[in-house]
Write a protein that binds this ligand. Structure first.
Ligand code: GTP
Ligand code: SAM
Ligand code: SF4
Ligand code: SF4
Length: 321
C-alpha cells in the first residue's frame, strides 16, 4: 500500500497521456503553446502500462486518464483495455473536452472505461468559440449524448468566469440535471498561461447566484474529492471545487503522472520526479522506488493560500488538471 508521511493512503493516479490539445481554452493554454514534449520523450502505452501495473499492485484503485486532450492520443482504447484486463475492478475514468467523443465513446466503453468527466463551460456556440478558439460546441454536445447512450457515467466540469459564462450557470446546471449528470463548478485558477483579463467567480458569488433560483443544503466533502457538495430540494447534487483551499487536502489520495513520465506529488507543486528513464530502460524496480519516494515526499497541503501563497509554472494542460 502507498502511504504518505501524513498517513494518507494514495490510491488514485491521474495519468496525462498527452499535453497536446485540439482546443486553446483561454483559461488553460496560451494561443501558441511554446514547447510540446517531443514524441520520443512520451512514454508509450506499453511503457505506461508497466508502470500502471506497479501502481495497481501497490494498491491504486482509481485511475483517471487526462491531458491535454486524451482523445488525441491514438490507441487510447487499447491502453484502457490493458488496464481493464489487468484489474477490472479499478475505477477507470477519463477527463475530456468531448470534441472527439462521439466516434470514440463505444470503443472506450467496450475497452473498459467506466466514466468520464467532460468540460462544458457554455451552451452558446459563440461563447464556446471564444473560449476554445474554434467552433466546438456541436461536437462536444454530440459527444456527451453518445457517451450517455453507450452507458458511460458522465460528470460535467464548468469554470465560471465573469462576463464570459457566469450568466449561464443555471442553464448548464439544468442541462446536466435533465440528463442525470452531476455538475461541478471549478473556481478559475489564475496562471501565467491564461488570458490576463479572465476573472473567475468565487464560490460565495456562485452560491449567491444559485440561491436566487434554488434552495439546497450543504453536504460538505464526499470522500477524497476536492469538491464541496450541495443537494437541492429535489435531490439533485452539484459540487463546487475551490482549488485554492486546502481543507480537502487532509483526505488527499492522489498523485499525477505527466505524459513524459514526471510523477507529481501535488497539483501545482513544481516538484516532480521522473519515472520516464527508468521505465524506458525496463527498470521497473527503479520506477517503483521513485513512486515510493514521491508518495513519501507528498506535501501536507497546497501552498497557494495565505500571505506567502505560491503559484506554479506548470500549466493545467501539462499536469492534466
Ligand atoms: N486543489 C486541487 N484541485 C483538484 C485536485 N484534483 C482535482 N482538482 C480540481 O478538480 C478539477 C476536476 O477534476 P477531474 O479531472 O474532473 O477529476 P476528479 O475531481 O478527481 O473527478 P472524480 O473522480 O469524478 O471526483 C481539476 O481540474 C482541478 O481543478 C486536487 O488534488 N487538488
Ligand atoms: C486540463 S483539462 C484536461 C482534460 C480535458 N482537456 C478537459 O478539458 O476536460 C482538465 C480540467 O482542468 C480544468 N482547468 C483548466 N485550466 C483551468 C484553470 N485555469 N482553472 C480551473 N480549472 C481549469 C478544465 O476545465 C478541465 O475540467
Ligand atoms: S481545458 Fe482541456 S480542452 Fe481546454 S485547453 Fe486545457 S486541456 Fe485543452
Ligand atoms: S492540493 Fe495537493 S495535497 Fe491538496 S488535494 Fe490537491 S494534490 Fe492533494
Amino acid at each position: 500500500m502507498l502511504i504518505d508521511s501524513y498517513d494518507r493512503v494514495v490510491d488514485y493516479i491521474r495519468i496525462s497521456v498527452t499535453e497536446r490539445c485540439n482546443f486553446r481554452c483561454n483559461y488553460c493554454m496560451p494561443e501558441k503553446p511554446f514547447s510540446w514534449v517531443p514524441k520520443e520523450n512520451l512514454l508509450t502505452f506499453e511503457e505506461l502500462f508497466e508502470f500502471v501495473k506497479v501502481c495497481i499492485d501497490e494498491g491504486v484503485k482509481k485511475i483517471r486518464i487526462t491531458g491535454g486532450e486524451p482523445l488525441l492520443r491514438e490507441g487510447l482504447d487499447t491502453f484502457i483495455k490493458m488496464i481493464y484486463d489487468y484489474a477490472p475492478e479499478i475505477d477507470l475514468a477519463m477527463t475530456t473536452n468531448a470534441f472527439l467523443l462521439k466516434g470514440a465513446a463505444q470503443k472506450l466503453k467496450d475497452a473498459g472505461l467506466k466514466r468520464i468527466n467532460v468540460s462544458i463551460d457554455t451552451l452558446k456556440p459563440e461563447v464556446a468559440r471564444d473560449i476554445a478558439g474554434k467552433d466546438v460546441l456541436e461536437n462536444v454536445l454530440a459527444g456527451v449524448e453518445e457517451a450517455l447512450k453507450v452507458g458511460l457515467k458522465v460528470k460535467v466540469n464548468m469554470v465560471p468566469m465573469k462576463t464570459v459564462n457566469a450568466e449561464e450557470i443555471i442553464d448548464v446546471l439544468e442541462y446536466c440535471k435533465a440528463r442525470g449528470m452531476s455538475i461541478r463548478f471549478i473556481e478559475y485558477m489564475e496562471n501565467q498561461h491564461a488570458k490576463a483579463e479572465i476573472k473567475g467567480l468565487k464560490s460565495p458569488e456562485l452560491l449567491a447566484l444559485l440561491r436566487e433560483k434554488y434552495s439546497f443544503s450543504d453536504d460538505g466533502f464526499d470522500g477524497a474529492s476536492p469538491s464541496h457538495y450541495y443537494t437541492m430540494d429535489d435531490g439533485y447534487r452539484f459540487g463546487i471545487i475551490e482549488p485554492y483551499e486546502d481543507d480537502f487536502c487532509k483526505q488527499c489520495n492522489r498523485i499525477r503522472l505527466t505524459a513524459e513520465g514526471n510523477l507529481i506529488p501535488c497539483l501545482y507543486f513544481d516538484e516532480a520526479m521522473s519515472i520516464g528513464e527508468a521505465v524506458k530502460r525496463g527498470d521497473i524496480k527503479g520506477a517503483t522506488a521513485v513512486l515510493k519516494e514521491v508518495v513519501r515526499t507528498k506535501p501536507e497541503k497546497n501552498r497557494w493560500g495565505g500571505e506567502d501563497g505560491e503559484s506554479s509554472n506548470r500549466a493545467f494542460y501539462e499536469t492534466g488538471g
